[in-house]
Write a protein that binds this ligand. Structure first.
Ligand SMILES: *[C@@H]1O[C@H](CO)[C@@H](O)[C@H](O)[C@H]1NC(C)=O
Ligand SMILES: *[C@@H]1O[C@H](CO)[C@@H](O)[C@H](O)[C@H]1NC(C)=O
Ligand SMILES: *[C@@H]1O[C@H](CO)[C@@H](O)[C@H](O)[C@H]1NC(C)=O
Ligand SMILES: *[C@@H]1O[C@H](CO)[C@@H](O)[C@H](O)[C@H]1NC(C)=O
Ligand SMILES: *[C@@H]1O[C@H](CO)[C@@H](O)[C@H](O)[C@H]1NC(C)=O
Ligand SMILES: *[C@@H]1O[C@H](CO)[C@@H](O)[C@H](O)[C@H]1NC(C)=O
Ligand SMILES: *[C@@H]1O[C@H](CO)[C@@H](O)[C@H](O)[C@H]1NC(C)=O
Length: 451
């Protein structure tokens, strides 16, 4: 009996203990690795910055208000950071590079600089701090913290334009001490060195922008804030001037746009569709999480100039206005909007926890509707680690249970004593219904050592 109960508990453990409802967070990094949507770090408003690595298994359907998050316990990050950037290696589709960000020491209550670049091996859930010599953008001996930039990886190179150096970041006040990084830095993941070029026509430095890599090798930089002409205060970048870096010819191109007017913003998110459209969502218009409009806009990069359009989307299941969230495109079908903070005019305070979003929202990009359920067609012919564990557990359990059954049967009915040590039907209550021998002819054997 105890054995069955133990197995039952084991089942629950294997399937359920890793699933949980995470705290809401913002300025996290999210990366799609195969069918898993990973989320690293972020600011939770409770424990300050989290080192959690969590993921959603997108082969499973879910209700968007109750996504089935799984905590990758062995994959807990060595650093609790926010405001950094992450990208997936296209070379193995399993290594994630995390760069910069702001870390927080819960003992000293001080902000500190995380490693400039570290990597997550998603197969082994293992972190490595990488060599990062040659980073030219700022004096690496200062306490400056490099953050709020967006990395893009193509082949073995990571492109990292601008971003900011802050002494002590203040999410609520963009005018606090920060110096924008002026260069495009490139990290060679093969040689583990930073390359430095002084490209002509480098756009004005900026932070809080998005970067998407088109199929033709162009990186499209949308929005963010800048300090034009040495202004002391950052202003939002014009959404109609879009710098593009050509990673083949190593030149900057300034693209303009036509179409619908889209309000300037920073801390928004953007995904690229198969047909070259960039869908942006959310963001703030500057100080203290001021809402922007429209929430969602689409940039068609197939035309010159690029063209903005604002689709007419039914209000059902629409998310609140968010900033500091992240988004991911899955199956060229769903745009998942992950965590973030509701925008309003309130500055970040310790009472902001209710403003931090702890669920995800799903936009169906083909039908241009917000949906309350994420329905996934499981990848066929693929068995994930969990599936293998599940299968093996099921087979072993089946074997054990049938052995017990057979054991009981022989023990009670055939009077053969093999498996008798496993017999669960000896004590009639309370799980005696499990026992196949219960209604068989009562067996009496005075030699039975158990009697
Ligand atoms: C992650 O953060 C928690 C909470 O601050 C801490 O107890 C734990 O030691 C950290 N884990 C690692 C691997 O740094
Ligand atoms: C990685 O994923 C991309 C996009 O799905 C695919 O084109 C590429 O072949 C994959 N590379 C490897 C090494 O699996
Ligand atoms: C955090 O601060 C404590 C106390 O100042 C210090 O001992 C510890 O090394 C710091 N941890 C990190 C990761 O910097
Ligand atoms: C880091 O890179 C520098 C320069 O390429 C090299 O001299 C050094 O040996 C490397 N260190 C490690 C630990 O790989
Ligand atoms: C940073 O500090 C190291 C060791 O103290 C020194 O060798 C190096 O020259 C310094 N770099 C800069 C840019 O000051
Ligand atoms: C932002 O920071 C600047 C400089 O520290 C300060 O003068 C200003 O009052 C701050 N604004 C807000 C809204 O906190
Ligand atoms: C890049 O080149 C420009 C002139 O072409 C020069 O003004 C600027 O200082 C250079 N930047 C760096 C970081 O070397």
């Amino acid at each position: 009996m105890m054995l069955l109960f133990f197995l039952f508990i084991l089942f629950l453990f294997v399937y359920d203990t890793c699933q949980f409802s995470p705290d809401g967070r913002l300025y996290q990094n999210s990366v799609l690795i195969g069918t898993r949507l990973y989320v690293f770090g972020g600011y939770t408003g409770k424990l300050e910055y989290t080192n959690e690595t969590i993921y959603l298994d997108l082969t499973k359907s879910f209700d968007t208000s109750r996504p089935l998050w799984i905590k990758d316990i062995t994959g807990t990050a060595p650093i609790n950071a926010e405001f950094g950037t992450a990208c997936l290696s296209p070379i193995d589709n399993s290594t994630v590079y995390l760069i910069g960000g702001v870390a927080f020491n819960e003992t000293s209550l001080q902000y500190f600089k995380p490693p400039l670049i570290y990597a997550f091996n998603s197969v082994e859930s293992k972190w490595t701090i990488l060599n990062a010599s040659g980073f030219a953008s700022f004096d690496s001996n200062t306490t400056n913290i490099y953050n709020d930039m967006q990395a893009v990886m193509r082949h073995s190179l990571i492109y990292l334009f601008s971003g900011t150096n802050t002494l002590k970041p203040s999410e609520s006040n963009l005018s606090t001490v920060s110096t924008l990084v002026t260069t495009l830095n490139i990290y060679n993941t093969k040689t583990m060195t930073w390359l430095f070029f002084n490209f002509s026509n480098t756009p004005t430095p900026r932070e809080g922008y998005t970067a998407n890599l088109l199929k033709n090798g162009h990186i499209v930089y949308i929005g963010g804030t800048e300090t034009p002409n040495g202004a002391s205060r950052e202003t939002n970048v014009n959404m109609n001037n879009i710098p593009v870096f050509d990673t083949d010819d190593l030149i900057w191109i300034l693209m303009t746009t036509s179409g619908d007017p889209v309000a300037s913003r920073n801390s928004h998110s953007a995904v690229l569709t198969e047909d070259g459209k960039i869908i942006i969502f959310g963001g703030e218009s500057g100080y203290g999480f001021v809402k922007v409009s429209p929430d969602l806009a689409i940039l068609d990069t197939n035309s010159n100039p690029y063209e903005w359009s604002i689709p007419n989307i039914p209000p059902e299941n629409k998310p609140p206005a968010l900033a500091g969230h992240s988004s991911t495109l899955y199956n060229n079908n769903y745009m998942l909007i992950i965590f973030g903070r509701r925008t309003s005019n309130q500055p970040v305070t310790s009472t902001e926890v209710p403003l931090i979003n702890d669920i995800i929202y799903v936009f169906d990009i083909n039908n241009l509707v917000w949906t309350s359920t994420f329905s996934s067609t499981p990848a066929s012919g693929q068995c994930t680690t969990h599936c293998v564990i599940g299968l093996v557990t099921a087979i072993i359990s089946l074997l054990i249970i049938s052995s017990i059954g057979i054991g009981c049967y022989y023990y009670k009915v055939k009077s053969i004593n093999i498996f008798s040590f496993l017999c669960i039907c000896r004590n009639k209550k309370p799980f005696s219904f499990l026992c196949i021998c219960r209604n068989k002819k009562p067996f009496v054997n005075s030699n039975d050592p158990l009697r």
